[in-house]
Design a protein around this ligand. Sequence first.
Ligand SMILES: [Zn+2]
Length: 245
Amino acid sequence: MRPVKKGTSPVHGDFAKYEDAKTDLVGRLGSYCSYCERRIPTLLAVEHIEPKKGLWGKPELEKRWSNFLLACTNCNSCKGDDRVNLRRLIFPDRDNTFDAYSYEADGNVHLSSHLTKRQKVMARNTLRLVGLDKPVQIYLDSNDEQVALDRVAQRMEAFGVAHEALTLFEAEPDSMGLKTSIKRTALATGFFSIWMKVFETIPEMKLIFIQSFAGTELSGCFDMGSGNVLTPAPNPDGMDLGGKI
Ligand SMILES: [Zn+2]
């Protein structure tokens, strides 16, 4: 899960409508779901980290920048109005969510083995909250029709695209044109963590991905010499309860 820095709020006080924050969020984070990392060109929604309604809702945070990320329909509907206890969950604008998970070529997402017991609990809670541990997820589309989304198959497909790119890179490691083309393919495909995994032994390409996906380098979660992960997250926006991983 790609860690990001949102930066300070583009407005004084709260937004008039939370939907108004979408353009700024897309500008700073790119058109990607903050949880599943898919590229969502049109149906991306402003996501409330802490729910705006329901039993655990915090209506006072409905229009507040600090409570926003971007999410796709199915991560959003999976998370719903569930309770969000920031002490027990990790989020990409607070924590080094990249270091927390390991993406496998079979399409599964596991907890990183080096996490402490407490960090594993938090990382697992977040995985379950947004449903990334589910192989197939049923959600309602904009017409209230049930749609099944095979998350595992989508990640496997992204692995396939990234592996093809790696094969081309290995044949021509000095081609500037090829590097640019791989960068464009990664941005168009999404799944930042999968690109980082496939190119994990090639610092040059990792740095290109970190610099190209908006908001990632600014997260401070990567060493910009080696592309290696830096933990815990420096929490550059000073988010409440950040830097747990
Ligand atoms: Zn998503």
